[in-house]
Design a protein around this ligand. Structure first.
Ligand code: FAD
Length: 522
């Protein structure tokens, strides 16, 4: 019998959407071209046996506290998280550092090492906006985006909201300059913004700083990110849904202006009685799978303009015989047990300029590093006593010299340079401690999963013209499309890329409403 719904792609968003719909009593079939589920929630032994490397996402900031985790009973389906005591830290070139603490007083003391005034500002921000962010801003991730006029009207009702509206008009760097004195404090908070793919000099993104200043947990999925996807797959199957792997969708089949099913790469066709839902980014979904001849010109223009021009990452997956020992730990011991460390070799404005250089295709010569150490907090991801590290250095996809193909020439030397930069902070990371290494340049990231266009981790830029009501395009932010019975549920939809399953959750709500299904989760 034909399923009610076909979901194309078993990324965590596709699986979450499918799991919600399956529990309404609808029949759901997820089609995934890989032999594994999860998309960018992907853990694999790519160096040595027993060393589990997270190929893309490592930390799932929002998942354990999300409605998705609760509603889909992911704990019961085997998805567990650990919370490192010190989620994140920043180490400066002079080996001073800032380690994040949960308690605002303790965090303020940490910032106070650099500026008493900044410590005071931080405490004021927590007092003035902490509750507001938790109660007003975070829930916006798990509902379809509001039109800008409605959202502004809501924000205008409170003093906090009015300030946020003003801060929307700044760049992150401008706002940090306005709030803080110390360059170290500014660098610390700016790296919290850029790590999510937000550009430091982009007008319209200043308010993101506030979110990043006030939140900082780093929950790690026990066993690796893949385990989140496995738990979601179990949640789909627990309610009768099916997940078929090795099933690449080539075409979305239409009857008139209605999506009626799909054609697979092997020529097989599968029909859906109610709708087809795509977890794949818009260009492939609409220009390749539907065909622009079936779409309104204005929509085709929007799809063509959907962009992923932001920074990518050079990723090094390392199998280590011991964890890094940072020189900074001499003055600040928790540095060595912090889950993720960021290092930038300059002040905040240099960081802004380095980002601009990346946009011109020039890989940074200085460190723009984030190092994550999952095994310090979840030893199950490596053999006893051993460790994995993931090293991310910001990098362009398209090189000024050689374009994307230029990575074939540059990758080995650049990886060696990046390791050298890291070693200047953690001198014990000598070659003999690195048991094996896998280099993943931006073109590898895209080759592994071409949903991550141009190796951009967040499935299309998180720029103001592609956020909220404008994601993926103005007029089409409600998970529907101009083709009847064709919906979107991936990271190209609000609230964007990253692992939070917001898009999968929200799409399921819209679809349940459109088909009069029992929306059991609200
Ligand atoms: C290096 C790197 C590090 C990252 N780190 C983090 C992090 O620490 N924390 C975080 O929150 N986010 C991180 N991200 C981003 C995050 O992983 C992604 O934005 C998110 O997982 C995207 O989820 P998705 O479900 O929307 O899409 P995807 O996970 O991309 O899923 C799409 C699925 O569709 C499948 N597919 C594609 N085409 C077809 C087809 N024709 N037929 C059938 N199936 C198809 C794909 O195989 C894939 O399984 C990182 C990304 C990268 C690249």
């Amino acid at each position: 019998m034909d399923p009610d719904f076909i979901v194309i792609g078993a990324g965590h968003n596709g699986l979450a959407c499918a799991a919600y719909l399956a529990r309404t009593g609808a029949s759901v079939l997820v089609l995934e071209r890989n032999r594994r589920v999860g998309g960018a929630c992907h853990t694999e032994e790519v160096t040595l046996p027993g060393f589990k490397h997270n190929i893309c996402s490592v930390v799932h900031t929002h998942i354990p506290s999300s409605p998705v985790y609760r509603d889909l009973e992911l704990e019961r389906h085997g998805v567990r998280y650990v919370y490192p005591e010190h989620p994140r830290g920043t180490i400066f070139p002079d080996h001073r550092s800032i380690v994040m603490y949960r308690e605002p007083e303790r965090m303020a003391t940490e910032l106070g090492k650099f500026s008493a005034r900044d410590a005071k500002t931080y405490k004021e921000l927590v007092a003035d906006y902490g509750e507001f962010i938790e109660s007003t801003i975070h829930p916006l991730m798990y509902s379809p985006p509001l039109p800008p006029s409605v959202q502004s009207a809501e924000l205008e009702k409170s003093e906090e909201g009015n300030t946020l509206l003003q801060w929307q008009m700044s760049t992150p760097a401008q706002l940090l300059n306005e709030l803080f004195d110390s360059d170290e404090v500014k660098v610390h908070f700016l790296t919290r913004v850029t790590v999510l793919g937000f550009a430091p000099d982009q007008f319209g993104l200043g308010w993101i700083c506030l979110l990043r200043i006030l939140t900082g947990e780093a929950p790690i999925c026990v066993g690796g990110s893949q385990q989140l996807a496995e738990g979601l797959r179990r949640a789909v199957e627990a309610h009768g849904g099916k997940v078929r792997m090795g099933a690449a969708v080539k075409r979305i089949r239409l009857r008139g202006n209605r999506a009626v099913g799909v054609e697979l790469a092997d020529g097989q066709t599968v029909d859906a009685t109610k709708a087809v839902i795509t977890n794949i980014e818009p260009k492939k979904s609409f220009l390749h799978m539907v065909g622009e001849e079936h779409l309104p010109d204005s929509f085709v223009r929007r799809v063509r303009n959907y962009h992923a021009r932001g920074r990518s990452l050079l990723v090094l997956h390392l199998a280590l015989s011991e964890p890094p020992q940072y020189r900074a730990a001499a003055g600040n011991p928790p540095v060595n047990t912090t889950f993720s460390q960021e290092m930038f070799g300059g002040d905040m404005m240099e960081q802004v300029r380095a980002y601009q250089e990346i946009a011109m295709g020039r890989p940074p010569q200085k460190e723009m590093l984030q190092i994550c150490m999952p095994t310090l907090h979840d030893p199950s991801q490596a053999p006893a006593g051993k460790h994995t590290a993931v090293v991310w250095q910001y990098a362009p996809y398209r090189l000024e010299t050689g374009g994307p193909e230029g990575w074939g020439v540059l990758r080995e030397d650049y990886a060696a340079r990046v390791l050298g930069l890291w070693r200047s902070y953690a001198p014990n990371m000598t070659q003999d401690k690195i048991l094996a290494m896998k280099i993943q340049d931006p073109t590898d990231t895209e080759r592994n999963n071409d949903n991550l266009i141009n190796g951009v981790d967040v499935v299309g830029d998180l720029s103001p013209d592609q956020l909220g009501y404008f994601r993926p395009f103005a007029g089409w932010s409600h998970y529907r499309s101009p083709v009847e019975g064709l919906y979107m549920c991936g990271g190209s939809c609000h609230p964007g890329g990253g692992v939070h399953a917001g898009a999968g959750h929200n799409a399921a709500g819209v679809i349940a409403g459109d088909f009069g299904l029992n929306k059991w989760w609200d």
